[in-house]
Design a binder for this molecule. Structure first.
Ligand SMILES: Cc1cc2nc3c(=O)[nH]c(=O)nc-3n(C[C@H](O)[C@H](O)[C@H](O)COP(=O)(O)OP(=O)(O)OC[C@H]3O[C@@H](n4cnc5c(N)ncnc54)[C@H](O)[C@@H]3O)c2cc1C
Length: 503
């Protein structure tokens, strides 16, 4: 007999798991198929040699417990609804930036302390700095007072519009602006504008002119309100807690189970075919794969293929995971860092080094006296195509490149090369293989200047087939895909006749 549920979710990334958890809690039977033997996708963890590493994400928004600070604490609200406890540790500095000409900025939780660093370096821009970051606060004030829901759901739009008419209108206007365009209205100093580009690049992998003001209003403002909080046990506890929530309400997450195809009948998605041929049917199918993978691998009808050039394809990553002698990390060292040695190269492949040492916050992730370090730079699959996978040459090229990144990082951590006790590397090919993402890309981005509302929402051209995750509004980042999951679940729940309550 063919299995049948209300909702099938393809992929146990944070977008997929959030969608499934909220629908299952509302009483819809849900099953998540994940090709990997672990959940979480880009927000998962792995262990090696006694160390626990964050595979991707480690800067987390949305965990603030104080609801009076607004509605953006989506993780807290979701886990409360699911009745699942997840403990976090506040991180006092979101990112410590290290730039050319001894320009350094630790982004403190305390907004005034952060701004003071900028005022000290750019006293002539003090008024402009205040006005630019106040613009971000204004966006944040609006967004944090609105409930999360689907922008495709007329009932949600009507409810929000009726309760918050001025804020809704003002937000609509703000979608017309970019972060960089707004900065350039108030700020003229080239070095400062470069820092603002780097602030945008840090999560959007685009300069500020290509980044919508609305997205910046979350990432660059909520860090001073809800703050950045690291989950005790590492990033993998977030997907694990969502899986627990799904199972608690009777749903299922089937790991190690790849979906081969979305079954379409008369223009409607009616189920999926698993690798191996088994079919499972549902009233709604949700894809957590990227828009390219959904409409080339899962839906093969060429009419739905994503036209080339519709989105900018973000690069992938070369990643290095290190277990190090703890003595290399100085007292008071911050957890997350971004290092730019030359402004002219910051947005080239490998030009900016991101690195983190989460064991500063949670020492249980490494053996006693040791730390984990996660270094990564942008990269592309074509850089590694000339190597035979698993060949000696490929291994050596990875090791050499990793060593060169470690040597560059020595600028901040002298002696790092000699302190390495364990090293794991991952190329864009690794990223593509694990996550099933086209070219291991960080995902589709809008073209510079495009309105943020051009980002696809959750509905797709195929009836009853929905998308969740970073291919959809609002975009990349764990809190963003959580929003996408909330929005997707809200839309489907209303479609199926049992709307969700606001979180
Ligand atoms: C190196 C790196 C660092 C990052 N740092 C941060 C950070 O510090 N803070 C932050 O907020 N964000 C960060 N991000 C971004 C963030 O991790 C992602 O935007 C987010 O986790 C993406 O979630 P998702 O649900 O869209 O999809 P994914 O994480 O890509 O998950 C999709 C899942 O679907 C599965 N899947 C795909 N196809 C199939 C199929 N056919 N059958 C079954 N399963 C399938 C995949 O295996 C995968 O598990 C980082 C990302 C990377 C790569």
């Amino acid at each position: 007999m063919t299995e049948r549920v209300d909702v099938i979710v393809i992929g146990a990334g944070i977008g997929g798991l959030t969608t499934a958890a909220l629908l299952q809690e509302r009483g819809f039977s849900t099953i998540v198929f994940e090709k990997n033997r672990f959940p979480g996708g880009s927000c998962s963890a792995f262990t090696n040699g006694g160390y626990t590493f964050d595979a991707g994400a480690s800067v987390f928004y949305g965990f603030n417990h104080d609801d009076s600070k607004g509605t953006l604490n989506l993780h807290t609200r979701i886990f409360r609804k699911l009745g699942i406890e997840l403990r976090t540790i506040p991180d006092p500095v979101q990112i410590h930036y290290h730039m050319p000409n001894s320009f350094e900025v630790p982004v403190h939780y305390d907004r005034f302390r952060f701004l003071e660093c900028l005022y000290q370096r750019f006293p002539h821009e003090k008024a402009g700095i205040r006005r630019f970051y106040d613009e971000l606060e204004a966006v944040y004030d609006i967004l944090s007072s609105l409930p999360a829901g689907s922008l495709e759901d007329p009932m949600h739009i009507a409810a929000v519009g009726a309760q918050h008419p001025l804020k809704s209108m003002s937000l609509g206007v703000k979608t017309l602006f970019s972060m960089g365009g707004t900065a350039r209205k108030y700020i003229h100093d080239e070095e400062l504008l470069r820092f603002i580009d780097l602030e945008s690049y840090s999560w959007a992998v685009q300069d500020a002119l290509g980044t919508p003001l609305v997205n910046a209003g979350i990432c660059l403002a909520d860090r001073h309100h809800g703050g950045i909080n690291y989950p005790v046990g590492g990033s993998g506890v977030i997907p694990a807690a969502l899986v627990k929530g799904i199972e608690k309400f009777g749903g299922e997450v089937r790991l190690g189970t790849a979906v081969d195809e979305v079954i379409i009948d008369n223009g409607r998605a009616v189920g999926v075919r698993l690798k191996g041929g088994q079919e499972v049917h549902a009233s709604a199918v949700v894809s957590n794969a990227t828009v390219w993978d959904t409409f080339s691998r899962l839906v093969t009808d060429s009419r739905f293929q994503v036209p080339e050039g519709r989105f900018v394809k973000a690069p992938s990553w070369f990643q290095v995971y290190l277990g190090v002698d703890g003595r290399v990390i100085p007292q008071g060292f911050n957890v997350h860092h971004i290092l730019v040695e030359e402004w002219d190269r910051y947005d080239e492949l490998g030009g900016t080094i991101y690195f983190s040492a989460p064991t500063i916050l949670d020492p249980t992730l490494a053996p006693s006296g040791k730390h984990t370090l996660h270094l990564f730079v942008t990269d592309e699959t074509w850089q590694w195509e000339r190597f035979e996978p698993k060949s000696q040459e490929y291994r050596k090229a990875k090791e050499d490149y990793a060593r060169s990144l470690i040597a560059r990082t020595e600028r901040l951590l002298p002696g790092l090369s000699g302190a390495v006790e364990l090293m794991v590397t991952a190329t864009p090919q690794t990223h593509e293989r694990y996550l099933g993402r086209l070219d291991g890309s960080y995902g589709p981005m809008l073209h510079p200047g495009q309105n943020v509302l051009f980002k696809p929402q959750n509905r797709t051209p195929v009836k009853n087939l929905f998308m969740t995750g970073d291919s959809t509004f609002p975009g990349q980042g764990v809190i963003a895909v959580t929003y996408s999951g909330v929005s997707c679940a809200s839309y489907i729940a209303r479609q199926l006749g049992r709307p969700l309550e606001y979180l």
